[in-house]
Design a protein around this ligand. Structure first.
Ligand SMILES: Nc1ncnc2c1ncn2[C@@H]1O[C@H](COP(=O)(O)OP(=O)(O)OP(=O)(O)O)[C@@H](O)[C@H]1O
Ligand SMILES: [Mg+2]
Length: 366
C-alpha cells in the first residue's frame, strides 16, 4: 500500500515522540510545514520540509496547494495550539477532514468558547470580556467579586492567567494583557481580557480522540498546580482522585463540551475544575494535551510507545482517508456520541479524597 502524505504544521519542543510514532507506523510520508529550521533530532522522521510563513494563512494555503499540484496531500494536522486555526483553514481549502475553521475559532477565543458552552447549557465559570481597565471593576463585580481570575482571551500555557484580590491587582493584570501584542510565535494577540469567577477545587484533564463526531476518551488526569495567584501546571497525576461516578461525570461533561464546540475529528484536551457548585468546563482544545501529557498517558498505561488506543497514528490514518479500524471503538474506555442528560450527576459525586495517585506523575510545562 502506498504511503499517504501528512502535512504537519509547525514544530514545538517535546513533540519528538509524535513524529517518531508517525514515522514508525510506516504509513506516512511526513511533510513538515514550518517557518523555522527543522531541528536535527526530527530529521530522521521527516521526509520533506516546506518552508513558509505559517502565521500567514493565505501564504500557507498557497504553498500547500502548489505542493499538492504534483504530490497529493492526504491529511493535515498540528500538535500546537497556536496553529489550530491555520490547520483548519488548510483542511477546508484542500478538502481534507477536520473540525472546520468555525470550530477552531470557538476553541481559540475564550469568550466565544464560553458563550458557546453556556448557550448549550454546559456549566462554565461566570465571565465577562473586557478591553480596558475602565470596564474591569464592573466585570469583577458581575462575576462575583474578588478574588477573580484574569486571563487573555486568546492565550495558552497559562501565560498572564492570574488570580486577583484587589482593584490594584486587577488593574495590573488587565494592563499586562493589554501590553502583550504578540505571542511567542509572532502572532497578533487580541489584548482583551476575560474576568472570571474563581472556581476553587481540583482540576482534571480529559484527553480524547474523535472520529466522525464519536468521542473516545483516552485518559483522565489530575493537575498539580503552582501556588496561587498563578496557575502553572506542575504535574499530571493518573489515576485522578475521583470516585467512579465523579469520573463518569467529568468524562461526560468533557464529551458535551466537545459536542458543543464542534470537535468532531482528531485529538482533544478538555480541562474541568470541580468547585463548590460542581464541575465546570475551563476549556477544551482541539489538539493533544501539551507539555508531556501524551507521555504520561503512555506511562500510566504501561505502554512503551505513543501507540495507545486512539493514538496519533491511528487518528492520522483516519485523517488521511483510510477506513477506521473497527477495534478503535471497541475497547474498554468510555465512548459515547450525541448529547447526554447526566447533568444531575455533576452535583453529587465528587473528588474522592481517599483515592491516592499511584501510577504516574510527571513534571512538565507547556
Ligand atoms: N475561572 C477559573 N477558575 C479557577 N481557575 C481557573 C479559571 N480559569 C482558569 N483557571 C486556571 O488557570 C489555568 C489556565 O487557564 P486557561 O486554561 O484558561 O488558560 P491557557 O492559557 O489556555 O492555559 P493552558 O494552555 O495551560 O491550558 C487553568 O488550567 C486553571 O487551572
Ligand atoms: Mg487551559
Amino acid at each position: 500500500m502506498s504511503k499517504r502524505t501528512l502535512a504537519v504544521i509547525e514544530l514545538g519542543r517535546g513533540r519528538e515522540a509524535a513524529f517518531k510514532e508517525l514515522a514508525d507506523s510506516g504509513e506516512f510520508t511526513i511533510l513538515v510545514v514550518t517557518r523555522m529550521a527543522l531541528p536535527e533530532a526530527l530529521a530522521q522522521y521527516v521526509d520533506h520540509v516546506l518552508t513558509v510563513e505559517t502565521n500567514d494563512v493565505d501564504a500557507t494555503i498557497t504553498a500547500l496547494r502548489s505542493y499538492s499540484a504534483s504530490d497529493r496531500i492526504d491529511g493535515a494536522l498540528t500538535l500546537l495550539e497556536w496553529y489550530v486555526p491555520v490547520v483548519e483553514a488548510v483542511r477546508e481549502s484542500l478538502g481534507l477532514p477536520g473540525n472546520g475553521v468555525a470550530a477552531a475559532q470557538r476553541c481559540r477565543d475564550k469568550k466565544i468558547m464560553r458563550d458557546t458552552l453556556r448557550d448549550d447549557g454546559i456549566p462554565v465559570p461566570r465571565y465577562r470580556r473586557i478591553v480596558d481597565f475602565a470596564d474591569a471593576l464592573g466585570a469583577a463585580k458581575a462575576v462575583g467579586g474578588f478574588p477573580c481570575v484574569v486571563k487573555p482571551t486568546d492565550g495558552t500555557g497559562s501565560t498572564n492567567v492570574v488570580l486577583v484580590s484587589t482593584p490594584a491587582e486587577l488593574r495590573t493584570a488587565v494592563e499586562r494583557i493589554g501590553l502583550a501584542t504578540q505571542n511567542t510565535r509572532g502572532q497578533q494577540l487580541s489584548r482583551a481580557a476575560m474576568i472570571e469567577q474563581f472556581v476553587d477545587g481540583p482540576e482534571f484533564a480529559v484527553d480524547s480522540l474523535s472520529i466522525d463526531g464519536v468521542h473516545r476518551t483516552i485518559a483522565i488526569q489530575e493537575y498539580t498546580m503552582s501556588p496561587l495567584p498563578h496557575f502553572a501546571e506542575t504535574g499530571f497525576v493518573t489515576p485522578p482522585s475521583l470516585d467512579p461516578p465523579g469520573r463518569a461525570a467529568v468524562v461526560d461533561l468533557a464529551m458535551r463540551a466537545l459536542d458543543a464546540l464542534g470537535i468532531v475529528s482528531g485529538p482533544s484536551h478538555c480541562e474541568i475544575k470541580w468547585g463548590a457548585e460542581g464541575a465546570v468546563v475551563i476549556e477544551a482544545a482541539a489538539r493533544y494535551g501539551g507539555a508531556y501529557i501524551p507521555e504520561v498517558i503512555v506511562h500510566a498505561a504501561f505502554i512503551t510507545t505513543w501507540r495507545v488506543p486512539g493514538s496519533l497514528a491511528e487518528w492520522a490514518s483516519y485523517l488521511s482517508r483510510r477506513s477506521v479500524p473497527p477495534e478503535l471503538f471497541s475497547m474498554s474506555m468510555p465512548t459515547r456520541t450525541g448529547r447526554s442528560s447526566r447533568l444531575a450527576a455533576l452535583r453529587k459525586p465528587g473528588p474522592n479524597p481517599a483515592a491516592s495517585p499511584s501510577m504516574s506523575t510527571m513534571q512538565g510545562g507547556t
